[in-house]
Write a new protein. Structure first.
Length: 431
């Protein structure tokens, strides 16, 4: 009895080492580029290299599942042939497959499911080379467990609830590919728990309160896809805690001040979606603390100095939204210190004061940030007096006047136009 068992084991080993070849139903293997038939098949030229043409490829039965891709996607790998190699044939064994110039093919038969399953387990890409009518539920399940996007390759008969569940648990957005009868509550729930945005792909009839709650809990942005009737105050509050900008999908009837405040605390940019009656000082201040550019959405009568100061310290363009009577020296200094491009919004009568303070405290030379229309003699003179390199930013037609004025003011040697006497040379000024 023991000998019989050993003989059977050896026989199975010998079987797995037998040479075989796969083709599609048209007896073509695209890797070889020829049509095969039973009997002798000869390739016209020989190339001993393991890649490229110049011979006919085949493999041992234990390795054949690696090579389904040689048959192309259109028909897939359909037939399995036994291979005999003539003793006088040119032949190379590469281990994982072999190559010969001539082979004898026999016993064409349908590839078994075991070979297909082994191919998919080896590489999920091989699933595409399995004929669609051979893709069983077990095979489809094995494919989507390794790569959920393979759900697109699953035929209708293999697209069961178990297969779809395996796919959406890894990539919820694939729920949109599930056939109607397979898109059950369990499938929808698994999809939105994995990816809240998948709620947009769930059929409207399946968007129950439980599914919507799970979606919003996973990702606040899913509130957009929740039916309006199910957008309760509690659900909306949960959504804006995760993503403030979804405030725009909150129905007006449930849009409380708490929801608005929570939304702008999470994302200052949500202030434009706060209904005007709900834009209280607390809500506006919370929004500006998160995003200074939101000052433009604050009601005019609430743009107090404190809010303006908060805004200009966070956004370079916020100064333009500060009311004229709030553009104080302190506010302007704070704005320009954050970003010197804010100089274009500084009132003309404050330009020189801002320049002096920021140069003294932070060494900022600001004439280049002053709009050309505001580069008056007084402004240019102040800039060059603070930093003589600023002369390069003085309009050309004004440079002479600036130098002359500084020469008189600081007792420089000035080479005038003939009417002015020479005075003491100040070596600190250079052009």
């Amino acid at each position: 009895m023991a000998h019989t068992t050993q003989d059977a084991a050896h026989s199975k080993v010998d079987e797995m080492d037998r040479w075989v070849k796969v083709t599609n139903a048209s007896c073509v293997c695209h890797g070889d580029g020829v049509i095969f038939r039973q009997g002798l098949n000869i390739y016209p030229r020989w190339n001993p290299n393991p890649f490229g043409g110049g011979g006919i490829f085949f493999a041992r039965l234990r390795h054949i599942h690696h090579w389904l891709c040689e048959c192309g996607e259109d028909e897939g790998a359909t037939l399995l042939w036994d291979v005999d190699v003539r003793q006088d044939a040119k032949f190379r064994d590469f281990g994982h497959r072999a190559k010969a110039q001539c082979i004898v093919l026999s016993n064409p038969r349908r590839i078994s499911e075991d070979v297909y399953l082994a191919a998919v387990e080896h590489s999920v890409r091989n699933f595409k080379y399995v004929p669609r009518n051979k893709r069983s539920e077990a095979m489809c399940l094995a494919a989507v467990q390794r790569d959920p996007t393979m759900l697109a390759e699953v035929p209708p008969l293999g697209c069961t609830e178990a297969v779809v569940l395996a796919a959406v648990r890894q990539q919820g957005s694939l729920v949109g590919m599930a056939p109607g009868e397979v898109c059950t509550h369990a499938v929808c729930m698994a999809a939105v728990q994995q990816c809240g945005s998948a709620l947009g792909d769930v059929p409207a009839s399946k968007r129950t309160a439980a599914v919507c709650h799970a979606a919003v809990h996973q990702w606040g942005g899913a509130l957009e896809h929740v039916p309006t009737a199910l957008r309760t105050e509690a659900l909306c509050l949960q959504a804006v805690r995760d993503m403030g900008r979804v405030l725009k999908y909150v129905p007006e009837g449930v849009c409380t001040e708490e929801i608005c405040l929570t939304a702008v605390q999470q994302c200052g940019g949500a202030l434009p979606f706060v209904p005007r009656p709900k834009r209280t000082l607390a809500v506006c201040e919370a929004a500006i603390r998160g995003d200074g550019s939101m000052l433009s959405f604050v009601p005019w009568n609430m743009r107090i100095t404190r809010l303006c100061m908060l805004a200009v310290r966070k956004c370079r363009k916020a100064l333009k939204d500060v009311p004229d009577d709030k553009r104080t020296l302190a506010v302007c200094v704070a704005a320009v210190h954050y970003d010197m491009s804010a100089m274009k919004y500084v009132p003309a009568d404050l330009l020189t004061s801002v320049m002096r303070i920021l140069y003294r405290e932070h060494g900022m030379a600001l004439l280049g940030a002053v709009p050309n229309c505001h580069r008056t003699l007084d402004v240019c003179l102040t800039a060059v007096e603070l930093d003589n390199k600023e002369i390069m930013c003085v309009p050309k037609q004004m440079q002479g006047m600036v130098i002359k004025a500084l020469a008189r003011k600081q007792n420089w040697l000035y080479f005038g136009d003939g009417d002015e006497p020479y005075t003491r040379f100040n070596s600190t000024f250079t052009l």
